[in-house]
Structure formats: structure tokens, C-alpha cells
Write a protein that binds this ligand. Structure first.
Ligand code: 13P
Length: 259
């Protein structure tokens, strides 16, 4: 992390978990544990149907709300999808784009993700852009090639001013929901390579300001070590964000490192 140059952001990705009726209890429990995040921003990315309720429930605790996907289209005949304007109007600040579960289960390509990032930015949503390699790709030694291609395609036609506004989440697919975390060094090295790539594409000033999160089995125990890496500026947290006590531990780890 590097508070001098960029924001630390801990974001929960609830995926398809929890009910709208559980939001209040969760937010109260979290608030009791983390009175007010000082240095880092906290967000929860919830299913679209829960966005308005989450905005209400988390308002007092200064926790921001995000969506988990966005349509690439502005509006119209796209049954089942949510537009950027709808998500923003419902109160979302962030939107996860290109999560590996959407790539795997819905065939999302880097080109489609590029279109989604543009729609998100056009609607003043902050995209959390997910990249990461599979186990097979890591074992073949092509992690950096894979992540480079993902980022280059996803950021094509995205200006320097726009890149400053987005977040990149490095999520190695083999570490998601498996309990296998990338070691702090492995995760840190990829995040450093991502920043170097952004530097090559947009220059040092922009690269320094971009928040890069790590995601993949982050929890209360391993968060401090991961977040201590100079180029890991936060977490995109799945399973551990469903439990207020565990999520709070991650937020506190970020706070303590920043102090
Ligand atoms: P887990 O923290 O459950 O491994 O999930 C990570 C993730 O996919 C966040 O987007």
C-alpha cells in the first residue's frame, strides 16, 4: 500500500449470497467492529437487487456499495441485465467488471469487458476490473503474458484520465474460493508488474495513482502480509466478506498498516 499516492480500498464481493433482509444486521455488526474506517475506503459489492437496501443499511457506517456486473449496453431490449445508469441511480459507486466467474460462466471476453468498463465510466461508476490467470497458466509460466493481454485489451481506448478513476483487481483464479492464497510475494510481484505495465502505457504519474487490489482467499489472518506489499493497495474479498468479524479484521489490518 502507499497512502501517499493512492487510496486503499477493501471491497467485499458477496457474489450470490445473503438476502436483502439480512443487510441491516450485517451492517450493524460491522459498524460495531469498525467504528469508522479512517485511511481506507470500505465497500460491499452486492447482488443488484440488494443495492438500494445496502445503500440505506451502510450509510451510517460510511461503507460504499458496489454492483457485481453491468450491461455493456446503455438501455433497451436486454432482458435480465442492468444498465450503468440504473446501477448508479440505485446508489452504486463501484461495479466489478470481468470477474473470472463471469468469464467462466457467461463467456465474457476481454473485448466485452472493455465495453463494460466504458459504460461504467460513462455513468460515473468506478469499475473494479478483474484480471488473473488459471492454475494451468501459472504452472506453464505464462501468468504475466495472460495478465498483460487482459489489461491491454480491457484498457484499449481508455484515456489516462479514465484510468486514474478505475481500480484493478488481481485475482488468480486458482486462489478464488479455494483457501489457497497466493503468497504475499507471488501476489505482490504480479501487482508490481501490473503497475509497470500501466506505467508503460500511461506514464509514471498515472501508474502511481492507480489502486491495485488482490483477491483470492484473503482473510483476517493473511491480509496484513498481503497488504504490506508495496503494490497491493487493498483487497477484493469473497468468502471472508460474508462474516462481519472476518471482514472487520481485514479492514483493521489495512488501517493499522496505514497508521
Ligand atoms: P474468495 O475471497 O472467496 O476467494 O473470493 C475472491 C473473489 O473472487 C473476490 O472477487
Amino acid at each position: 500500500m502507499n497512502r501517499k499516492y493512492r487510496k486503499t480500498i477493501i471491497a467485499g464481493n458477496w457474489k450470490m449470497n445473503k438476502l436483502p433482509s439480512e443487510l441491516k444486521t450485517f451492517s450493524e455488526a460491522l459498524k460495531a467492529l469498525v467504528p469508522r474506517a479512517k485511511w481506507c475506503e470500505v465497500a460491499v459489492c452486492v447482488p443488484a437487487v440488494m443495492i438500494p437496501g445496502a445503500v440505506r443499511a451502510f450509510k451510517d457506517g460510511k461503507v460504499c456499495v458496489g454492483a457485481q456486473d453491468i450491461s455493456a449496453a446503455e438501455f433497451g431490449a436486454f432482458t435480465g441485465e442492468c444498465s450503468g445508469a440504473q446501477l448508479a441511480d440505485a446508489g452504486a459507486k463501484y461495479v466489478i467488471v470481468g470477474h473470472s466467474e463471469r468469464r467462466q460462466n457467461h463467456g465474457e471476453t476481454n473485448e466485452l469487458i472493455n465495453a463494460k468498463v466504458k459504460t461504467a465510466l460513462a455513468n460515473k461508476l468506478i469499475p473494479i476490473v478483474c484480471v488473473g490467470e488459471s492454475l494451468e497458466q501459472r504452472e506453464m509460466g505464462v501468468t504475466l503474458e495472460v495478465v498483460t493481454l487482459q489489461i491491454k485489451t480491457i484498457l484499449s481506448d481508455i484515456t489516462a484520465e479514465q484510468v486514474k478513476k478505475l481500480i484493478i483487481a488481481y485475482e488468480p483464479i486458482w486462489a478464488i474460493g479455494t483457501g489457497k492464497t497466493a503468497t504475499a510475494e507471488q501476489a505482490g510481484a504480479v501487482c508490481t508488474a501490473i503497475r509497470a505495465l500501466i506505467r508503460g502505457m500511461y506514464g509514471a504519474r498515472i501508474a502511481r495513482s492507480v489502486t491495485i487490489q488482490y483477491g483470492g482467499s484473503m482473510n483476517g489472518k493473511n491480509a496484513a502480509e498481503l497488504l504490506a506489499q508495496p503494490d497491493i493497495d487493498g483487497g477484493l474479498v469473497g468468502g471472508a466478506s460474508l462474516d462481519p468479524a472476518e471482514f472487520a479484521k481485514i479492514i483493521m489490518a489495512a488501517q493499522e498498516l496505514e497508521e
